[in-house]
Design a protein around this ligand. Structure first.
Ligand code: SF4
Length: 414
């Protein structure tokens, strides 16, 4: 039956039955996808005979804040096809291991009186055997085995490494907590209790934006996507929002109706570029230089040529600009060095954790001050000094941070 025949012969439109069956269900439950997207979108899961048959985006999100557009509909292409993944024939549901490795292990156990650690040691001692299973990587050949056997193999290899090299030679990571708290916690706890090295899951998929921990001391502590709507200027770089933040990209577009200017920096005209006012096709690897130039212009126009109160206030409150640093002389010029520690000056040398506290200068008095909220205050005996206020963490006195010494002649003595 061709399509033409079908249309001119309605009586034979059997295919309609297929579609009716396809969309049948006997109950609807609300759920989301526990994957690494962290979207947490709300979905109506349609179930028939205990099988997920299809999913539909929920459209009953509360509008908790009338100043931002509604959240819904939230979802993405990966999410709506998630049920295919559940029942995919290639979904990994059982422990599997490379055939080359399990064959070697079984043989070695038989030769070593069934002792798992001795068996593993014998494989490691033989370059030919090591070569055999290591070179099998990337070539498939997986075989289903029982958990007991595989756990024994893993335990034996770990014990062998601990005995021969020490527990800190065991290095690993477990899946991101956003995917599964249980699997994350079990692996992390195992490594830590054993004295192994617990890598971040970012080491697994290599997408940690390094600037996060370097600037703020912690990673991926980002704003709620709805907050994009309140920004006046958004620069998107290193993120293809339409692809990786599909349920939230609408806030990026909607922000423009709120007067926001949006810019996308990416070497290619990426999916998100079409949502932006401006596309800057920087060459890969040159974004650092670009941002240094941006910083130069900002500092020149808001701090050097004129002092803009909002900018000055922001920089004092939310950046580490007021912290004083050492100037190192090299080749006849001064270069920025390390931050000055409280323990390096007479005034604060006896402060608790003085090597973990840092210094500002009070613009009113020209005196050194030691603001609260640093690492040293976080871990000192006296609690409650965690907030970074314009207040000396040791004396409690208020102060106004100095941002520059360029017009002042100041000398600090240790
Ligand atoms: S972003 Fe996609 S995969 Fe993640 S919860 Fe939402 S629909 Fe599911």
């Amino acid at each position: 039956m061709s399509w033409i025949e079908d249309i001119i012969s309605p009586k034979t439109r059997k295919w309609e039955e297929f579609y009716r069956n396809r969309w049948q269900y006997d109950k609807v439950v609300r759920s989301t996808h526990g994957v690494n997207c962290t979207g947490g979108c709300s979905w109506a899961i349609h179930v028939k005979d205990g099988i997920v048959v299809w999913e539909l985006q929920q459209v009953d999100y509360p509008q908790f804040n009338k100043e931002v557009p509604p959240y819904e509909p939230r979802g993405c292409q990966r999410g709506i096809s998630y049920s295919w993944y559940l029942y995919s024939p290639i979904r990994v549901k059982y422990p599997i291991v490379r055939g080359a490795l399990i064959d070697l292990y079984r043989e070695a156990k038989a030769k070593n009186a069934n002792d798992p650690v001795k068996a593993w040691a014998s494989i490691q001692a033989d370059p030919v055997q090591r070569h055999r299973y290591q070179r099998a990587r990337g070539k498939g050949g997986f075989r289903r085995v029982h958990w007991d056997e595989l756990l024994e193999l893993i335990a034996a290899s770990n014990i062998y490494t601990v005995q021969k090299y020490g527990s800190d030679r065991i290095i690993g990571f477990s899946p991101i907590p956003a995917m599964s708290m249980l699997s994350y916690a079990s692996g992390a706890r195992y490594l830590q209790l054993m004295g192994g090295v617990n890598l971040s899951f970012y080491d697994w998929y290599c997408d940690l934006p390094n600037a996060f921990p370097e600037i703020w001391g912690e990673q991926t502590d980002v704003c709620e996507s709805a907050d994009w709507y309140k920004s006046k200027y958004i620069v998107d770089m290193g993120a293809n929002l339409g692809m990786t933040r599909t349920p939230d990209i609408h806030f990026f577009s909607e922000a423009r109706h709120n007067g926001t200017k949006t810019v996308v920096m990416s070497p290619d005209f990426s999916m998100v570029a079409k949502h932006a006012d401006q596309w800057i096709p920087v060459h890969a690897g040159s974004d650092g230089a670009f941002w240094m130039a941006v910083t130069h212009v900002i500092l020149k126009e808001f701090h050097v040529d004129r002092k803009v109160p909002y900018f000055i206030d922001y920089v004092k409150k939310f950046t580490d600009c007021p912290f004083i640093i050492k100037l190192d002389e090299k080749d006849g010029a001064y270069h920025p060095g390390k931050m000055v520690k409280a323990g390096e000056v007479a005034k604060y040398k006896d402060a608790e954790n003085a090597d973990w506290k840092f210094l500002n200068v009070d613009a009113k008095t020209g005196e050194l001050v030691c603001p609260g909220g640093t690492m040293g205050h976080r871990w000192q005996q006296q609690k409650g000094k965690w907030n970074l206020l314009f207040q000396d963490g040791e004396s409690g006195k208020d102060y106004d941070p100095e941002l520059s010494f360029i017009d002042k002649k100041m000398v600090f003595c240790r």
